[in-house]
Design a protein around this ligand. Structure first.
Ligand code: M6R
Length: 604
C-alpha cells in the first residue's frame, strides 16, 4: 500500500506532486508528505492524517522547486504520526517508500551499533541511513543505492532525492508497483497510472530489481547487477473522466450506479455476432483437469460465485482459496491445473505471490483484473480484463460485478468447448447475460427504497446476512461491505447453517438480510426465514419480483428482476451494496476512505 509520486522537469513541482497524491490516496491515508529541492537544500513538509491536512502547510511554504517526491501512507511499521510520515531523511538522503523491509530489526540493530539515531519507528528510515552511510564511504549515488538494496529483504518502490543533485531522482522497484511517465523534458513518477494521467500518457513500467536514474532530459535504467537495461514507454489509453465523482456524493455511489455500463463493456466485445464467446487469447487447454481460483477480499467472494458458475456449466472441479492461505500450504498443483487469479488492482501482494508460486509449480495461469498492465496480468499466461474503469472507492463494487460477468463468460466458454451445455442453453445464457445491464438499471432506479430501509437500521449493532447456493457469497460480500464502510459488525452465513450455531444470535434487535430469490433453494431458504421470524428477528428480504410469500414474512423487502439463477448474484449484490452505502452515509463515516483500509494491498 502507500502511494508515491515524484517529478523532475521545468515546471513547479509542489502542485503536481499534491495532485498526483490526491489520485493515490486510495492506497492509504494515515499521513502524507512532500520533499522538494531548494537552492538551500532539501525541504520536507509532512502531516498526520489525510492529504488535505498537508495543503495549508504547503501554502505557507511557497516554492519554485521543480524536483520533488511525495507520499501518502498506509501504516505498517509504526503508528500514524508526523514522525513516521514519509519522506524520511538521513544525511544527504531523503526518500519515500512503498513496501515492507523484512529484515528491518536486524538492520536497525546494525545501525544502533554505528551510532545512527533513528527518528521514526518505520522500516523505511533504515534504507535512508544505509544509502547515506554508503555515500559517506565515497560511493557514487548509484552504487550507494545498489549496495543498500542488496542488504535489504522485502518489497519496495522507492523514490530518492540526494542533496547536491538538484534536479535528479533515483528510483528502485521490487514487487511494489512503480511507473514513470515521460513528458517533454520532464518525468513523473507514481505508484499507479491515474496519478500521472493528466500530464502524460507515455508510461514506462519499472521491473523488479530495476534502479532508475532520472533527470529532466534523460533517464537510465539498471538491473540488479547494475547492467544498463532498456525500458520502453507504452502509450496508455485511459479515460480520466471516469476517475472523477461526476456529481455523485461519493465515488462508491457513482461506482454502484456505473455497474450496468461496466457489465456491458466487459461483455459486449467478447460475444460475437454468431453467439460465440471469445475471451481474447485465452484457450482452455484439454489437459486442464482442475481450476483453482485464488483471490482476496471481495475478489475472493466473486471467486466463490465463479465456482458455482464454472462447475455447473463446464463440469470442471473448481477450488477457491484465499491467496494468503494458498501460498503457504504446499498446494497440490501441476500442469493440469489452471490457476485463475482474481484481482481488481492486479497488484495485491498475496495474490501476486500466489500466482508466482503456482507458476513455479507448473500451473497455467489466467488472471481477471481491472487494471491494464498491472503486475498480476503481466506475469500471467492469459488475462481477461474487466472493463469497469478506475475504481476509486476503497469498497469494491463495480469491479466485483464485472468479475462475475467475466467468470460467467469463462464458464459458458469452457462449457461450450467441453460440450457440457447444448447450443440452446448457451444461447439462452448469453441472452440472459446481455439483459443484465437493463435489469441492473431497473434495480438502481429503485435505490430510494433501500435508502428508506437503511435509515431504519442505522442504530443496529450487528447484522446477519444469509443466503444459499450462488447467492451465499453475496451474503458474505454484503457483510463485508457493511463492515468495511460502516464499522458495524456483520456476518455472512449459508442459510442452512444457521441452525448449527448462529441462530443463537437472533432476537428482536438483529436485522437478518436474507437473499431468497426464486431458484432451487427457494423453499429451503424460506424455511430458514420462518426460523428467524419465529425468534423475533427482523427480516430484510431480497426477493424475486412478484414474490408475495416473501413479502408476507419479511419486515422489509426489496425485489430484483428474475434471471437465470447463475446470473442472480449480479443483481442481488446491488441492494446489499446500496444498503451498506446508505447506512454508512447516514452514520457519517468516511465512505470512500474507511479507516484502516487501503484500496490496493501491496503488503503481505
Ligand atoms: O485488488 P484486489 O481485488 O486484489 O483486492 C482484494 C481486496 O483487498 C479487496 O477486494 C478488498 O477486500 C476491498 N476493500 C473490498 O471492498
Amino acid at each position: 500500500m502507500c502511494g508515491i509520486v515524484g517529478y523532475t522537469g521545468n515546471n513547479k513541482c509542489i502542485n503536481l506532486l499534491y495532485d498526483g497524491l490526491e489520485k493515490l490516496e486510495y492506497r492509504g491515508y494515515d499521513s502524507a508528505g512532500i520533499s522538494f529541492i531548494e537552492p538551500s537544500g532539501i525541504k520536507t513538509i509532512k502531516t498526520q492524517g489525510k492529504l488535505s491536512n498537508l495543503k495549508p502547510l504547503l501554502e505557507k511554504t511557497p516554492s519554485g522547486s521543480s524536483c520533488g517526491i511525495g507520499h501518502t501512507r498506509w501504516a505498517t511499521h509504526g503508528k500514524p504520526s508526523v514522525e513516521n510520515a514519509h519522506p524520511h531523511t538521513s544525511g544527504k538522503i531523503t526518500l519515500v517508500h512503498n513496501g515492507i523491509i523484512e529484515n528491518y530489526s536486524e538492520l536497525k540493530n546494525q545501525l544502533a551499533g554505528m551510532s545512527r539515531t533513528l527518528s521514526s519507528e518505520t522500516d523505511t528510515e533504515i534504507i535512508a541511513h544505509f544509502i547515506d552511510i554508503n555515500l559517506e564511504k565515497g560511493k557514487t549515488p548509484l552504487d550507494a543505492i545498489h549496495d543498500t538494496l542488496n542488504l535489504i529483504r522485502g518489497t519496495w518502490a522507492l523514490a530518492i532525492l540526494i542533496d547536491g543533485y538538484p534536479d535528479q531522482i533515483w528510483c528502485a522497484k521490487n514487487q511494489s508497483p512503480l511507473i514513470i511517465g515521460a513528458g517533454e523534458d520532464e518525468y513523473f513518477i507514481a505508484s499507479d497510472i491515474p496519478a500521472i494521467m493528466p500530464n502524460t500518457r507515455n508510461v514506462i513500467f519499472m521491473e523488479d530489481g530495476d534502479i532508475a536514474h532520472i533527470a529532466p532530459t534523460e533517464i537510465s535504467f539498471y538491473d540488479i547487477h547494475l547492467k544498463t537495461v532498456r525500458r520502453v514507454s507504452q502509450t496508455i489509453q485511459w479515460n480520466g473522466v471516469t476517475a472523477e465523482k461526476g456529481g455523485y456524493r461519493h465515488f462508491m455511489l457513482k461506482e454502484i450506479f456505473e455497474q450496468p455500463r461496466c457489465i456491458l463493456d466487459t461483455v459486449s466485445s467478447r460475444i460475437s455476432a454468431s453467439g460465440n464467446i471469445t475471451p481474447e487469447n485465452f484457450t482452455l487447454d484439454e489437459k486442464i483437469k482442475k481450476i483453482h481460483i485464488i483471490a482476496c477480499g471481495t475478489s475472493y467472494y466473486s471467486g466463490l460465485v465463479g465456482k458455482y458458475m464454472i462447475e455447473e456449466l463446464a463440469r470442471i472441479p473448481v477450488e477457491v482459496e484465499f491467496s494468503s492461505e494458498f501460498r503457504y500450504r504446499n498446494p497440490i498443483i501441476d500442469s493440469s491445473t489452471l490457476i485463475l487469479s482474481i484481482s481488481q488492482s492486479g497488484e495485491t501482494a498475496d495474490t501476486l505471490a500466489a500466482v508466482k508460486e503456482a507458476k513455479k509449480l507448473g500451473a497455467q495461469t489466467l488472471s481477471i483484473s481491472n487494471v491494464i498492465n498491472s503486475q498480476i496480468p503481466r506475469i500471467s499466461d492469459y488475462t481477461l480484463y474487466t472493463h469497469a474503469g478506475p475504481e476509486i472507492g476503497v469498497a469494491s463494487t463495480k469491479a466485483f460485478s464485472s468479475q462475475l460477468a467475466a467468470l460467467f463468460m469463462i464458464g459458458v466458454y469452457a462449457a461450450d468447448i467441453r460440450g457440457t451445455i447444448t447450443a440452446e442453453r448457451k444461447n439462452q445464457l448469453l441472452y440472459d447475460l446481455k439483459n443484465i445491464p437493463a435489469k441492473m438499471h431497473h434495480i438502481l432506479e429503485q435505490s430510494s427504497q433501500i435508502k428508506v430501509i437503511a435509515r431504519r437500521y442505522i442504530h443496529s449493532h450487528g447484522f446477519l446476512y444469509i443466503a444459499r447456493g450462488m447467492n451465499y457469497p453475496i451474503a458474505l460480500e454484503g457483510a463485508l461491505k457493511l463492515k468495511e464502510i460502516s464499522y458495524i459488525h456483520a456476518e455472512g452465513y449459508p442459510a442452512g447453517e444457521m441452525k448449527h450455531g448462529p441462530i443463537a444470535l437472533i432476537d428482536e434487535e438483529l436485522p437478518v438480510v436474507s437473499i431468497v430469490t426464486r431458484n432451487n433453494y427457494y423453499n429451503k431458504t424460506m424455511n430458514n426465514l420462518e426460523e428467524v421470524r419465529a425468534r423475533g428477528g427482523k427480516i430484510i428480504a431480497i426477493a424475486t419480483t412478484g414474490d408475495m410469500e416473501t413479502a408476507d414474512i419479511s419486515t422489509d423487502l426489496f425485489m430484483v428482476p428474475e434471471t437465470d439463477p447463475l446470473l442472480e448474484p449480479l443483481l442481488t449484490v446491488i441492494p446489499v451494496q446500496l444498503l451498506a452505502y446508505f447506512i454508512s452515509d447516514f452514520k457519517g463515516t468516511d465512505v470512500d476512505q474507511p479507516r484502516n483500509l487501503a484500496k490496493s494491498v501491496t503488503v503481505e
